[in-house]
Design a protein around this ligand. Sequence first.
Ligand code: GDP
Ligand code: IMO
Ligand code: MG
Length: 440
Amino acid sequence: MRAISVPGTCVIGLQWGDEAKGKIVDLLTKGRRYVVRYQGGANAGHTVVVGDEVYKLSLLPSGVLTPGVTCMITGGVVLNPAKVLDEVDELVSRGITLDGDSLKISDRTHVILPWHFAEDRVLDSSTGGESIGTTQRGIGPCYRDKVARSHAIRLGDMYRPDFRDRIHHITAEKNRVLAAMVADGEFEPLDANAIHSQYAEFAERLQPFVADTTELLLTSLECGEQVLFEGAQGSLLDVDHGTYPYVTSSNSSGVGISNGSGVPGKYLDRVLGVVKAYSTRVGGGPFPTELEDDTGQYLRDRGNEYGTVTRRPRRCGWLDAVAIRYTARLGGVDALCVMLMDVLSGLDEIAICTAYEIDGRRTTAFPSHVDDLRRVKPIYETVSGWREEIDHITSYDELPAAAKGYLDRISDLIGCPVDVVSVGPGREQTIVVNESLAKC
Ligand code: GDP
Ligand code: IMO
Ligand code: MG
C-alpha cells in the first residue's frame, strides 16, 4: 500500500481508548521529524503490526518502528522508568535502533514512584460506588502529586544533588499516609534507600535520552518541519471533558495536545479522530450503547477485545454517534479514521445511536454529569449489515454497498469525512479514502 503523509498532524481517540491509534500513527510516521507522546503513561497500550511482528507499546511513540524518525516523550507524560527501559531493551533486542538521537524524553516528565502503585490500589477500591477500574499503573496518584507539587519528582530532578534527600523526605511522608490508608496488617513501609538506589540506576540508564523537548519541538516547528502528535487513551476518558470520574487523569482529548507538549495551537494543522466501527470500554463507568448479549460477545470475539495492558475483557456495544460527535467537535477533528470495520462482517443489521432520550426528552447533546449519562436511553437507527469478510479489501469501491452506507451515515452523523478505513491490524489492511492524505 501507499504511505500516508500529511503535515502537522494530531491523532486522537474519540471513544474510551483502544481505537487503534497505534496503527494510524505508524502509518502516518514516514517523513516526520518527530513523533510525540504528550500525555498519559504506561496505562496506554498501542499495537502496531508489521508483517508477522506485533509490537505493543506503552510509553514509546508508535513511530518507533520507522527508521530515521525521532520519537519524543514530552512533559505531559507520567514516566514509569522501569517500563520505558524495558520497552527500549525489548525493541533493541528486536533490531530497532534506539539511542539518544532517535529517542528524546523530556526532563519535565513526572516520574512514577513505588508509592504511586500502592496509592492507585487503595484509591480505586474506595470510590464509594462503582470503582474506576484503573490500569493500576500509578497514573492518577502521579498526576495528583504533580498538581499538588510538594511530593512530586520530575525526571530532571533525578540528576540534581538533592535527589537522595528528596526521596528520603517523600518516602517518610508517603509511609505515614499509606499506613493510614492501607488496611491493618497489610502495610509494608517503603524503603527509601532501596528506592533511591533503584531510581539512581534508572536515571543513569535514561540519561542519554533526557532532553528539553519543548525547545526541540518549538525550534523544529518554527523551521517548518513535520511533527506527528500521538494521543493516548480516548477523548471520553479526558479528565476535564470525559465521563468524569470514570476517566483517566490527563487531558486525553484534543485539548491536551498543547499543554502536554508545550506546542501552541497554531502549529496543530490537522486533527485525525480515530474511532472503532463500534464502541468498547475497559473499566467502570456508564456506557449507554453497551451490549451485554450475544452481539456484544460477537464483537468481543471477532475484535479480540481484551485489554492490551491488563488483558481485561473489554465491554462492547454499538457505535455511539452522540458521544463521538461531541468529542470530534471538542477536538476540532478534521477527518475520521474508522477502524476494525472487518469485525462487523456477518451481522444482518447494525445499530447506530443517533440521539439519547432522557426524562422523556430527545437530545443529541452529550450530558456533562455521569449520573445523567447513566440514565439516558439510546435511540437507535438500524442500517443493513453485510455478510462477506472484508479484511482483504484495499479500495473503497470494493467494499460491500452496506459497508459504504454505514460509513456514509457515520460521516453524516458526526459531521466529518472518513479519510481512512481499516479492515485488519496489518499496515496493508488500510483503505485510504481521501487521496489527498496519501502521498507516494
Ligand atoms: P490503541 O490503544 O488505540 O493503539 O489500540 P489498541 O492497540 O489497544 O487496540 C486496537 C487493536 O485492534 C490492536 O490489537 C490492533 O492490532 C487491532 N486492530 C487495529 N486495526 C484493526 C482493524 O482494522 N481490524 C482488526 N480486526 N483489528 C485491528
Ligand atoms: P490506550 O492509549 C483504554 C482506562 C482504564 C480505566 C480508566 C482510568 O491504549 O487507548 P488509569 O489507569 O488511566 O487511571 O485508568 O481509564 N484506560 C484506558 N482504557 N485504553 C487506554 O489507553 C486506557 N488508559 C486508561 O481502563 O477505566
Ligand atoms: Mg490500547
